[in-house]
Design a protein around this ligand. Structure first.
Ligand SMILES: NC(=O)c1ccc[n+]([C@@H]2O[C@H](COP(=O)([O-])OP(=O)(O)OC[C@H]3O[C@@H](n4cnc5c(N)ncnc54)[C@H](O)[C@@H]3O)[C@@H](O)[C@H]2O)c1
Ligand SMILES: CC(C)[C@H](C(=O)O)[C@@H](O)C(=O)O
Ligand SMILES: [Mg+2]
Length: 353
């Protein structure tokens, strides 16, 4: 098949992990007789520097026309002044919203060889297999904001329709897995959470009677996620809770550099990006873990291009590189780390004939 893939390297380690990932996609395309055209555009801090805005219209338009978008990360100290007029992160929010990508899938599956990198006891991690479905285009991230000399506000708003569609996505996914959905909210305090719980309860009763559902408050969820992670199958939650819980969940896998994501909407185009950020503390050193981005490329093959066999080939190759303890510095024992490029090459070497 032919596919147009828009590539948005962004800032910090973004360009390093994206340029490590493209050869994996090129190799897969060659082996399976596909033609992938990669078109690079600016987003985030580099777009502010070059175009004066974090999401140039040309980038959004290219993404809309593409089959899929592969993104690195945005942001960094250069653009982080609290009083800055424009911020790199606004570009990321705007492209998610502009493409209507309301469901952000974040799989968490600790790899046996990397259990030692997790601060959690290995016996709690065996068999853990969770997908967090984070609502991505609503909530406090997108509500009106105000700022004066004496105060500031961020409005958190959810509509019934926004909750219904993400719950349907999550419940459909749960149905194809172990049939269990955990909905996370703060219904003891927030009105948006009480609406979330009502709508979730109704949608599950009316449309997903075969999927079990439990409701969990976000504060105790933050604890249970670490103390009994095997109890979870699909977790659905609002935008900000999902952001925070998935960085926490990355510690089950052992590193933020292992967690991939797929941002999906009603159409075919999706954004595929690691859940981590631009990691300014390690940028430019060639030591970032590329596996989260490579695994995001696998999700791209699966969800936007419908290439399941190719997606699995990439996932198995990453698994085999981890089996062989090809670890970047975030996972490796002192003195044992490989570079970003070597880790990506290890995946290519294990893609099979
Ligand atoms: N999707 C995105 O583009 C995205 C996501 C999160 C944060 N950010 C932005 O990134 C900037 C830095 O944020 P932060 O430091 O809080 O979070 P971060 O995720 O960039 O980094 C947190 C820690 O994890 C490490 N880390 C992250 N990715 C890694 C990888 N692939 N390999 C090895 N180590 C890795 C970093 O070195 C750092 O110590 C901010 O500007 C923030 O807004 C962007
Ligand atoms: C950079 C920021 C806007 C972003 C978010 O909060 O969604 C990031 O933390 C993420 O998890 O993708
Ligand atoms: Mg985040």
């Amino acid at each position: 098949m032919h596919a147009d893939i828009v590539v948005l390297p962004g800032d910090g380690i973004g360009p390093e992990i994206v340029s490590a990932t493209l050869p994996v996609l090129e190799t897969i395309a060659r082996r399976h007789g596909h033609a992938f055209a990669f078109r690079e555009h600016d987003i985030g801090g580099i777009a502010i520097d070059r175009h004066g805005e974090p999401l140039p219209a040309t980038t959004l338009e290219a993404a809309k026309q593409a089959d899929a978008v592969l993104l690195g990360a945005v942001g960094g100290p250069k653009w982080s002044d609290p009083n800055a007029k424009v911020r790199p992160e606004q570009g990321l929010l705007a492209i998610r919203k502009g493409l209507g990508l309301f469901a952000n899938l974040r799989p968490v599956r600790p790899h046996p060889a990397a259990l030692g990198a997790s601060p959690i006891k290995p016996e709690l991690l065996e068999g853990v297999d969770i997908v967090v479905v984070r609502e991505l285009t609503g909530g406090i991230y997108f509500g009106d904001k105000t700022r004066s000399d004496t105060d500031a506000t961020d409005l958190c708003r959810y509509t019934v329709a926004e909750i219904e569609r993400v719950v349907r996505s999550a419940a459909t996914l749960a149905r194809s897995r172990r049939g269990h959905l955990t909905s996370v909210d703060k219904a003891n305090v927030l009105e948006t959470s009480r609406l979330w719980r009502d709508v979730t309860t109704r949608v599950m009763r009316e449309e997903f009677a075969d999927v079990t559902v439990e409701h969990q408050l976000v504060d105790s969820m933050a604890m249970h996620l670490l103390s009994k992670p095997r109890a979870y199958d699909v977790v659905v939650t609002e935008n900000m809770f999902g952001d925070i819980l998935t960085d926490e969940a990355s510690m089950l896998a052992g590193s933020l550099g292992l967690l991939a994501s797929a941002s999906l909407g009603a159409g075919k185009v999706g954004i595929y990006e690691p859940i981590h950020g631009s990691a300014p503390d390690i940028a430019g050193k060639g030591i970032a873990n590329p596996y989260a981005t490579i695994l995001s490329a696998a999700l791209l093959l699966r969800h936007s291009l419908g290439l399941e066999e190719e997606a699995q080939a990439v996932e198995h190759a990453v698994d085999r590189a981890l089996d062989d303890r090809v670890f970047t510095a975030d996972l490796a024992a002192p003195g044992q780390a490989v570079s970003t490029a070597d880790a990506a090459q290890a995946v290519i070497d294990r893609l099979g004939a």
